[in-house]
Design a protein around this ligand. Structure first.
Ligand SMILES: Nc1ncnc2c1ncn2[C@@H]1O[C@H](COP(=O)(O)OP(=O)(O)OP(=O)(O)O)[C@@H](O)[C@H]1O
Length: 239
């Protein structure tokens, strides 16, 4: 299950600060888009707006042609902090969404934590907690998952493991995915398209036409280097 996302002339102001400025973006069903850009360029604001968590000042955001005017059950967001309820077990955290023990067991299995249903979140590692957060995001079978720097606090090895897991689950389930990340290599590893945000708009929209799973080869590094340089240079050309 997946959804098409369309942003038309989206502007977002906080007081006199314009964060998004007539932004245009269309994401077809099932596509994986990564959003990168300098700190403070509006990546999280964009994600929150798509999630219906942040009202926009002008323009239009649509999911399959329907205007977004608040949070929807079709959409889930995964954040850098896991936001698990510490007074509930791992299983209960998921069951609050699924309302069904069998579905809970199944989704915990899908993130490799079938044996941890009765554990307390505080007894898990950071990587395991993010797996639970991922399971919770998947639990309602959403059509769109918005990832806001979900792996930012993890060590490099756990991060690569989680990237593989996210890629596998995305391929299996077919949801539309938008990933905000500071890590250009992560964007190139996971995305069909990498978007660079600058001056409140999409300044680069680059298709990553490499086979999956992605190998760290010359073509990979060439995408990474080029996108990185464009963020640094703040060039405004669409590639
Ligand atoms: N609730 C708010 N009120 C006022 N200003 C805000 C609010 N939320 C975000 N901003 C401002 O909007 C701009 C964009 O913030 P945002 O968090 O979207 O950027 P970002 O690209 O995600 O940053 P980072 O990469 O550092 O996480 C920043 O200048 C920020 O200070």
């Amino acid at each position: 299950m997946s959804v098409e996302v369309a942003l038309e002339s989206v502007t977002k102001r906080f007081g006199d600060v314009t964060v998004l400025d007539g932004l245009e973006l269309r994401i077809p069903r099932g596509e994986f888009v990564a959003v990168v850009g300098q700190s403070g360029c509006g990546k999280s604001t964009l994600l929150r707006a798509i999630a219906g968590l942040e009202p926009i000042s002008a323009g239009r955001i649509e999911l399959d042609g329907e205007r977004v005017d608040g949070p929807s059950n079709r959409v889930r967001v995964m954040f850098q902090d896991d936001r698990l309820l510490p007074w509930q077990t791992v299983g209960r955290n998921i069951e609050l969404v699924t309302k069904d023990p069998a579905a809970t067991a199944q989704v915990l299995d899908s993130v490799g934590l079938g044996a941890k249903a009765d554990a307390w979140p505080s007894t898990l590692s950071g990587g395991q907690r993010q797996r639970v957060a991922l399971a919770r995001a998947l639990a309602s079978d959403p059509e769109l998952i918005l990832f806001d720097e979900p792996l930012g606090a993890l060590d490099a090895f756990t991060r690569v493991e989680m990237q593989k897991l996210i890629e596998n689950l995305w391929e299996e389930r077919g949801f539309t995915a938008v990933l905000v990340t500071h890590d250009v290599a992560e964007a190139v590893a996971l995305a069909d398209r990498v978007i660079v945000l600058a001056d409140g708009r999409v300044s680069v929209d680059r298709r990553i036409d490499l086979p999956r799973p992605r190998r760290r080869d010359q073509a990979f590094y060439s995408h990474e280097e080029d996108i990185f340089n464009r963020i640094i240079d703040r060039q405004g050309l669409t590639s």
